[in-house]
Write a protein that binds this ligand. Sequence first.
Ligand code: ADP
Ligand code: ASP
Ligand code: MG
Length: 814
Amino acid sequence: MKILKFGGTSVANAINIKLVKNILQKNEGTKIGVVVSALGGITDLLLVTLELASKQNVNYRNSFNEIEERHLSTIKKLFSVTTQSSVLGKVKAELNDLETLLEGSYLIGEATPQLSDKIVSYGEILSSFIISEYLKVEGLDVSLKSGRELIITDEAFGKAAVDFERTNSICENYFNSTVHKITVVPGFVSSSHSGKATTLGRGGSDYSAAILTAAINAETLEIWTDVSGMYTANPKLVKQAKCVSYISYEEAMELSHFGAKVLYPPTIQPVLQKSIPIIIKNTFAPEDEGTKITKNNNDQGKTVRGISHVNNITLLSLEGPGMVGIPGISKRFFETMSLEGISIVMITQASSEHSICVGISDIDAEQAVAAVNKAFTYEITTNKIKKVIIESDLAIIALVGDNMKSHQGLSGKMFSTLGRNNVNIRAIAQGASERNISAVIRKEDVKKSLNTLHETFFEKNIKQLNLFVMGVGNVGAKFLNQIKKQRKYLQEELKLNVRVIGISNSRTMAFNENGISLDDWQNFLADGQKANPNKFIKIVKELNYRNSVFVDNTASDIIASSYSSYLNSSISVVTCNKIACSSEYSNYKELKRLAKQFNAPFLFETNVGAGLPIIDTLKHLIASGDKIKKIQAVLSGSLNFVFNNFDNNTSFHDVVKQAQEEGYTEPDPTIDLSGVDVMRKILILARESGYELEIDAIENDSFLPEESLKTSSNEQFFESLKKYENDFQKLYQNAVQKGSKLKYVAQFEDGKAKVGLQEIPENHDFYNLDGSDNIVLFYTERYANQPMIIKGAGAGADVTASGIFADVIRIGNF
Ligand code: ADP
Ligand code: ASP
Ligand code: MG
């Protein structure tokens, strides 16, 4: 014999029930017991309806109508017109009884646990009836046997304890004597010795099935659900989770105890005693192999088998000097909890005996506090023990595996993984069996923690980076395109999975939690919500992804001022925007400090020389003990373009205009022409070299006339360039006469920086600098006479985008 259990989603509607029938038809040879849950969602709905009724809220009727409608429509879709009337009649009669009970609760404004069990049982009573009738109509040899007759319990309503002696003998007798091939049994429901309706706890249909399986010594228990087995983590929260083929009873028990809902925790016990295997199968993909739960997990190599979590946890701690060395305090504490019927999910006790700390469900917190404070009234009033302290809205996350005990360093790996992602750990416990390590964390951190731990323990070296990209103009668009092209290489060669989760321009912003398609991001963004940088930050933080990276491709000061809010949530920042790093030194320093404190890199390679590895090289020089003595550089791609194209055949105005149109200048060209942009760059290089410098301290010998510098719009600026054309021509002539070229040079020496236009003679390193190229000469202690030279394209969207890309990859390797 076999027992098959079908969960709520598997029987949620007519289409799914037909799938169940197909599975049962394949099993025709053997005698089987089929345990069914209520139609998916009905149990919750019944509880909500009762809650409304007992609060005398008339809306309970709408809720009841919904329950009625779900059942009647399922029947109508499942049965032909000729066969449905008797089923409808019976179900309507049951629903009438249910309505009467609800009305009673509404009238007296009360719901006892006993009434609640009676009402909530209707879900399974109705589903089992409908399904058994349908199977009969389909020609299967079926009988219906109520769980209330088969499973006998005490009267702990809501989660009754089974009387196994009675239950086993009733089940044995029934299944031995039944002549039908299939017996349909409603899960979850049971009755007390005196015949009152009881239930086995939420998710209890699994348990009903296990009880029957053990009682009749069936050969297997099949749990048919909506996933293809037990996964390394909840597949709804961790996309990369993998189905586990084999797992031991103990591992399955630990995982379900810590929240793997796919199996109700008490389910294992009855079958374990008889070593009957459990197989978890997917109703919607019956061909999938599923997970086999047996004595041994059949997989020696693996240490961690799964990661699970329980939400809505409260930490309750009792502490005080009066606890040290006094025997019996723990006993009294746990006795109190047990007498209140409060189950303890996790225990941690400090080795100093100074405190006891336990994790319980949020819903039990109030009751637990009152009970413990009462039990220790004497100690509290005499200051030996402090009043109970609680902290709610937490979650427990647990690593589980039989082989964990023989491996060192797992907890270190677990906690450093969480720490790196800014997950604050409130308490830790390791079961004596060393089959689990669990940690209490904030509820908001659950998804991030599951994913990051999964990455560490199951996804051999693949690291996921989650990008939030602000600014998708020229540079941003190129950047997204480069990611698209390189994605496969990054995955295969660098083991990096780069996903873009959010994008924004100045008009709209859009997010996709599973990653935005880079084939069609333009339309996706256009359909997004109104752009708002503060809301953008809020969403990034709420999503709370591991390895989050904020990428700023704008030139906006508002965006630059938001970096600290990202960094202090452990979100890395990559930017080509120079404003933050060239603002007050204190701000630059603070951003660097936050990056260190929160383990979130702050990278801005493209601030100087676009994609050229200038800052990175500088960092390596300094890290290896070198000292910067002098920097000489041509750092403005825009000014280089301008002076390389300007001669006596062109006008200065036209060349600047062309530079602007071709994207070589900032949108406001005065930022480049006045030298401010170069000042920012040399300032950043000086700071990165370890010098404390402010922008005001940089000498700027401007070649522009006062009037041009003071203009307040682009039109005015260009007008002024026309007016002073002669002056510009003079600058050019002077240089040419000496055989020199004009270059805008930045210099840093002895702690001082200056920028300005210079006439560069033919033998100088700067003389042959083409187009928009940049060049930097680093004179250091090691490179004292011959400088280290970095030269190449220093402006343009493509190279800037690739510099940003390189920073993102640096974070991936961090
Ligand atoms: P049923 O209604 O069939 O009893 P449940 O909703 O009770 O189904 O359990 C199945 C669900 O358990 C899955 O849809 C999944 O979201 C959740 N789950 C949590 N952890 C795990 C895990 N480690 N492996 C598989 N499923 C899990
Ligand atoms: N229907 C019950 C519940 O939702 C029992 C079950 O489905 O396992 O809790
Ligand atoms: Mg379930």
